[in-house]
Design a protein around this ligand. Structure first.
Ligand SMILES: Nc1nc2c(c(=O)[nH]1)N[C@H]1C(S)=C(S)[C@@H](COP(=O)(O)O)O[C@H]1N2
Ligand SMILES: [Mo]
Length: 208
């Protein structure tokens, strides 16, 4: 993934941004770029479902769009860092906390990791701790506006302390794992943990 976005003016826009806000190698683009692999999926509320499966403590859970829409909502203000080096600061994300789903369908005691699934088989793995972080949300709105389809409508994960590929757009559920399993980009050369402050971009850095 090389950046398709122009960096002209990026240095100027980064001026005035405190150094502790922009992770190493990142720049601030114009607006909020759209970036993903493959086509934008359609959405049919009657056919859509959200599944929590794998090593659940009890039953697997399958929720309709109506049920997901009725879950308690919260807001998180956070920055967004893409591995292709753009960062979008100060987003007001609105949605459903991962904690809400963790309560609804708790993991079995042996669960260490989560694989988040999206349309067309896209997935991203993370530790249970990263998934459960207080800032992690399944997002429906940004800055008070419903997500556009390009940005993941109706539901996309945001885990602000990791690179943005760890936040699948068009999510359809997640799987509890008793051991780690790499997701879509992690399988294609990207870093398993993806901490932007440590510049954990590529899998070859994992030994460092
Ligand atoms: N389903 C899906 N989600 C995805 C991706 C993708 O290819 N498919 N790309 C990821 C990457 S690399 C980034 S940077 C962000 C971009 O989100 P945005 O288009 O809303 O800026 O989405 C992430 N989520
Ligand atoms: Mo990305």
């Amino acid at each position: 993934m090389t950046s398709p976005f122009s960096r002209i003016g990026a240095r100027k826009r980064a001026e005035g941004v405190p150094a502790d806000r922009l992770p190493p190698g990142q720049y601030i683009p114009r607006g909020w770029p759209v970036l993903h692999y493959g086509p934008v999926p359609g959405f049919s509320p009657e056919r859509w479902d959200f599944r929590v499966f794998g090593a659940t403590a009890g039953e697997n859970v399958q929720l309709t769009w109506l049920q997901v829409s009725a879950l308690p909502r919260r807001e998180v203000s956070a920055d967004f860092h893409c591995v292709t080096k753009f960062s979008v600061l100060d987003n007001a994300w609105q949605g459903i906390a991962t904690a809400t789903f963790l309560e609804l369908a708790p993991p079995a005691p042996e669960v260490t990791h989560v694989l988040v699934w999206a349309e067309y088989g896209y997935s991203a793995n993370m530790t249970l701790a990263d998934f459960a972080s207080a800032q992690a949300l399944f997002v429906t709105h940004r800055n008070g506006q419903e997500l556009t389809r390009e940005h993941g409508y109706p539901l996309r994960l945001v885990v602000p302390h990791l690179y943005a590929w760890k936040g699948p757009k068009w999510t359809r559920g997640f799987e509890y794992l008793p051991e780690d399993r790499r997701g879509f980009w992690e399988d294609r050369g990207y870093h398993n943990r993806a901490d932007p402050w440590r510049e954990q971009r590529y899998s070859y850095q994992e030994g460092d």
